[in-house]
Design a binder for this molecule. Structure first.
Ligand code: CA
Ligand code: CA
Ligand code: CA
Length: 261
């Protein structure tokens, strides 16, 4: 190999090495793995009001997210009626539809005499991963069944204000999605849904199944919810600004190198 060729090859190697360096991509933000939060609703929440239209407030096990639960009934005329949500410690949350308390109470979340559901408002958007729907037999039935309807929606409503019936109807009617959670799919009361992050919403609806899937009434107590959340938009904005600054610094360093080469 002659000297000229050797020199060209050597130069090419240097150029190749430096282009490899130059080709180093600017770091791009990698999405943080969603964080998991568990709400144990067999603990007594913070009570807001009492009787029909009351609310219970819970924090997750890490004390990051607040969840406000209210109880509702959609009666057979299609009216949305504020109901009482009750913490039955050890069993979970039940709902008492107006007129179903006292002796022979239907204190579960059920779909007898109307469709009962809990509206769960969160302090930030979350995706539901699992729920524990403890079967709880209705006093006048000889079976247990915990088919459920799960829906979700986004809302600007403040957790500090009481929900009106019109707002409850609106949250249900304009929901972004929902599914029937057929209990035959599950071997235990803990039902795993693993909703994708596209279903991230700050309002979730959990009730007895709405119009299906079998002829048996559903009755359960809501004992636990596991949700996931990604960083809030403000956090993302800070991260993007941070990465933008790193990128800017690298670019200006490159310019300096070129200027003094
Ligand atoms: Ca009930
Ligand atoms: Ca009922
Ligand atoms: Ca059923």
């Amino acid at each position: 190999m002659n000297i000229v060729l050797r020199s060209i090859l050597a130069t090419s190697a240097v150029v190749a090495a430096s282009s490899v360096q130059a080709a180093q991509p600017t770091p791009t933000p990698t999405p943080t793995a969603p964080a998991s939060f568990v709400f144990d609703t067999t603990t007594d929440g913070t009570h807001v009001g009492s009787g029909n239209g009351n609310a219970l407030i819970f924090s997750d096990s890490k004390n990051v997210i607040t969840m406000k639960a209210t109880g509702w009934t959609r009666d057979f005329n299609g009216s949305f009626i504020a109901s009482e949500i009750v913490p039955f410690i050890d069993n979970g949350l039940g709902i008492i539809q107006p007129g179903e308390g006292g002796s022979g109470a239907y204190h579960q979340i059920d779909n007898v005499n109307g469709w009962e559901f809990a509206i769960l408002q969160f302090s930030q958007a979350v995706s539901l991963q699992s729920a524990k729907l403890n079967t709880f037999r209705l006093w006048d039935r000889n079976y247990v069944d915990n088919d459920a309807f799960i829906g979700w929606n986004s809302s600007n409503l403040s957790l500090a204000n009481a929900l009106t019936s019109a707002q409850a109807r609106d949250l249900f009617d304009t929901r972004k999605g929902g599914f029937n959670s057929d209990s035959t799919q599950f071997n235990s009361n803990l039902q795993t849904y693993s909703r994708p992050s596209t279903d991230m919403s700050n309002v979730w609806i959990v009730g007895g199944s709405f119009g299906g899937p079998d002829g048996q009434n559903d009755a359960f107590k809501l004992a636990q919810l596991t949700v996931t959340a990604v960083p809030e938009p403000a956090t993302w904005a800070m991260m993007l600004i941070g990465f933008g600054m790193i990128g800017g610094t690298m670019r200006s360093r490159r310019r300096v190198k070129v200027a003094y080469a």
